[in-house]
Design a protein around this ligand. Structure first.
Ligand SMILES: *Cc1c(COP(=O)(O)O)cnc(C)c1O
Length: 412
């Protein structure tokens, strides 16, 4: 089955109790049993069943099955937010004294989280460019994880997944990839060599901008070295699934960041149209980027433009698509604000991945807490405008951005 067919006919669409064509919303905290013996068996993992929504819920299960299937994973765990997914995934394998290698230009919330982890004794070292060479040179005996964003936002650096995975695997270190900006429609990092894929489902997977959520998908193939990843030692008997079992029955359950059943339903129905939306979004972004790039004085950062340093990754890793995010520099903060305020069709909002085009001045919002170095490493300057392109008609978007730029000339 290809992508869109799998969404409508895959395993995640089957097996609902009364033949419902969508997963029923199990909006309950707990599940009731006929006898105490039955509930004992469920807790003992001797009988399949649900007990309490923080530990498992069938609506969450349908969404997890769906994303796992799209990514080519062995199992998934859904979370209350993308940040909850990232923190649970990292805490499942990292302890005080451990080191993480991460790419620069990560999502601001992730930078903040890794900063918080310093206080727990988990240290992060950043590579300017994450590739086989930089990973090999940064790995030491304390390294336990390489963490990357497949397509960083808004710098749009693309991580060469296969070579980074190879370098990490040589030292028995797993590669976790935050693939939020790519989505499984554009790339499937597990098939390129990554070990775990994480999404903020609040963005493209949901697509409608109606609920916060996150998900962790385990490829289930990594050969864990239990003397290195000692927090998984207890789960040794599960072999390559040790991470999934530790995550689900331990850290995720205990941190308490489960997805709400209603949000799992909204995210599930959102993904029904993921393929259609991503095709339209990428096509619109490509057209808008090329059109704006022709305006004198405007240089657009978008992956399919020939001047982009990671242009060649579009075909080699991203299936020919450039994604839905582009940015350009206006010359000054004042002009950036004026252009943004003159747009008719773009919502001013701090989100990405919506069907509506969203626009923001990242330096004064998303990066207001970050240092100048961190901000510039993320490809954000005082005059940067970030656009998350939606599914409006491309001609309208091009007209709107062109008028906003031309009606607000650089002041002399
Ligand atoms: C939004 C985002 C997150 C955080 O997700 P939330 O759902 O907002 O918690 C993490 N990584 C990336 C790349 C994101 O865009």
């Amino acid at each position: 089955m290809l992508f869109n067919t799998k969404l409508l006919h895959g395993k995640s669409t089957q097996g609902f109790e009364s033949g419902q064509i969508l997963p029923p919303i199990s909006q309950v905290s707990a599940f009731r049993y006929e006898s105490m013996e039955d509930l004992e068996k469920v807790f003992d993992h001797k009988k399949m069943g649900y007990a309490y929504t923080r530990i498992g819920n069938p609506t969450l299960g349908a969404f997890e099955q769906r994303i796992s299937e799209l990514e080519g994973g062995a199992g998934a765990v859904s979370c209350s937010s993308g940040m909850s997914a990232i923190s649970s995934a990292i805490l499942a394998i990292c302890e005080s004294g451990d080191e993480i290698i991460a790419g620069s230009g990560l999502y601001g919330g992730t930078i903040g989280l890794l900063h918080d982890f310093e206080k727990l004794g988990i240290h992060t070292v950043y590579a300017d460019e994450l590739n086989g060479g930089s990973v090999r040179s940064l790995i030491n005996e304390k390294t336990r994880l390489v963490f990357a964003e497949l397509i960083s936002n808004p710098s749009l650096k693309v991580v060469p997944v296969a070579e980074v995975a190879e370098a990490a695997h040589e030292a028995s270190i797993p590669l976790f990839v935050d693939s939020t900006t790519a989505t499984p429609f554009i790339a499937r990092p597990l098939l390129l060599g990554a070990d775990v894929v994480i999404h903020s489902t609040s963005k493209y997977l949901n697509g409608g901008g109606n609920s916060i959520g996150g998900i962790i998908v385990d490829g289930g193939k990594f050969k864990w070295d239990f003397s290195k990843h000692t927090s998984l030692a207890e789960y040794k008997k599960y072999g390559p699934m040790a991470f999934s079992v530790r995550l689900r029955t331990d850290i995720w359950e205990n941190l308490g960041g489960c997805m709400a059943p209603a949000n799992a339903f909204l995210s599930y129905i959102g993904t029904d149209t993921l393929g259609l939306r991503m095709e339209k979004i990428c096509d619109n972004a490509d057209k808008l980027a090329h059109a704006l790039n022709k305006i004198p004085g405007i240089e657009v950062n978008y992956l399919t433009l020939p001047q982009h340093p990671h242009h060649n990754c579009v075909d080699s890793q991203l299936g020919g698509y450039g994604g839905g995010i582009l940015s350009f520099r206006a010359g000054s903060k004042e002009r950036a604000f004026a252009i943004i305020n003159s747009l008719k069709y773009a919502y001013i909002a701090s989100n990405i991945g919506d069907i509506r085009t969203l626009v923001i001045h990242p330096a004064s919002t998303l990066y207001v807490q970050a240092s100048r170095e961190e901000t510039e490493a993320a490809g954000v300057y005082e005059d940067t405008i970030r656009v998350s392109v939606g599914i409006e008609d491309a001609e309208d978007l091009i007209d709107d951005f062109t008028q906003a730029i031309q009606n607000n000339p650089i002041s002399t």
